[in-house]
Design a protein around this ligand. Structure first.
Ligand SMILES: [Zn+2]
Length: 82
């Protein structure tokens, strides 16, 4: 699914190598591990108006022939997403 056209509020959160939000699987409807809800939690105090970002945690080199550079601009930027 491409979040460009549809999805919930989570699709507006971009990647950062130094994020202010982390992702946690939460089980609400069922304890079946295949159907978690994905919840975002602040990992630091976030000043109103600050962009919310999380680390996509992609494994660099995990998709053969695909290179995706990171432009998050953080001090700890790893330079690549894939
Ligand atoms: Zn980065």
């Amino acid at each position: 699914m491409d979040a460009k056209g549809s999805g919930n509020i989570g699709r507006y959160l971009n990647h950062s190598c130094m994020p202010n939000v982390f992702v946690q699987n939460v089980f609400v409807d069922t304890h079946d591990l295949r159907f978690p809800w994905v919840a975002f939690f602040a990992q630091t105090y976030i000043i109103a108006g600050t962009e919310l970002t999380w680390d996509y945690n992609y494994d660099i080199g995990s998709v053969e022939g695909k290179i995706k550079y990171c432009y998050c601009g953080s001090l700890k930027c790893r330079g690549r997403l894939l």
